[in-house]
Design a protein around this ligand. Structure first.
Ligand SMILES: [Zn+2]
Length: 203
């Protein structure tokens, strides 16, 4: 039996294990040849329902929002300023800041204390840029997403769950705006995967 209200497509590929992806709010099942989609759907029903609800909620919330337009310079100034202030606040030093386009996360922090910022972050409201940077720098104190980590975050952002959700919605908006920009430039290649399938989080 299928899942009511959840649309899905099936793609049979030469893969070893079945896999689920969300594309544009719809579900894509990637299956090895010979697998029955219904069996797989049934097995992961709870996860699919939960994930679908979360995505729909994020999409609904993102509808009224607009993405920010900044120059590269304005954006970098904001980032440098926030990194400086946050590293002082948390008492940890960041070595370098790199900017590049990333496909699956907003930012990351390496053991060498280098911060990598997804250049797409320039379209976010400042409050969310601040949250991402704080989150990354907090990882220099606590690597893992454990209790200790979230208590550092909670200390400063007691609404972080809300912010994480906002980020998800903005990911979708930004990816869509990138695609639109590309298409109007006459290119057909899609640079960005749909947010739902590719976004793993902040990092
Ligand atoms: Zn993290």
């Amino acid at each position: 039996m299928g899942l009511e209200g959840v649309e899905y497509k099936v793609s049979y590929r030469k893969v070893k294990y079945p896999r689920l992806e969300f594309k544009g709010g719809g579900l894509l099942l990637i299956l090895p040849f010979g697998h029955d989609p219904e069996v797989f759907l049934e097995k992961h029903r709870d996860w699919i329902v939960k994930k679908t609800e979360f995505i729909n909620e994020c999409l609904r919330d993102s509808l009224g929002k607009e993405i920010a337009q900044r120059t590269e310079e304005e954006f970098r100034d904001i980032v440098y300023f926030i990194v400086e202030r946050t590293s002082r606040e948390l008492g940890v030093k960041v070595n370098n800041i790199f900017f590049r386009r990333m496909r699956t996360k907003w930012a990351s922090c390496s053991p060498k204390r280098n911060l990598t910022i997804n250049s797409l972050m320039k379209h976010l409201p400042e409050g969310l840029i601040e949250y991402i940077i704080f989150h990354e720098i907090a990882h220099l104190i606590e690597k893992r997403h454990n209790e200790n980590f979230w208590s550092i975050i909670l200390n400063r952002f007691n609404n972080y769950k809300e912010l994480e959700k906002d980020l998800f919605g903005f990911w979708f908006l930004i990816q869509r705006s990138q695609k639109t920009a590309l298409n109007s430039a006459g290119q057909t290649r899609s640079v960005a995967e749909d947010f739902t399938s590719s976004l793993k989080g902040i990092g």
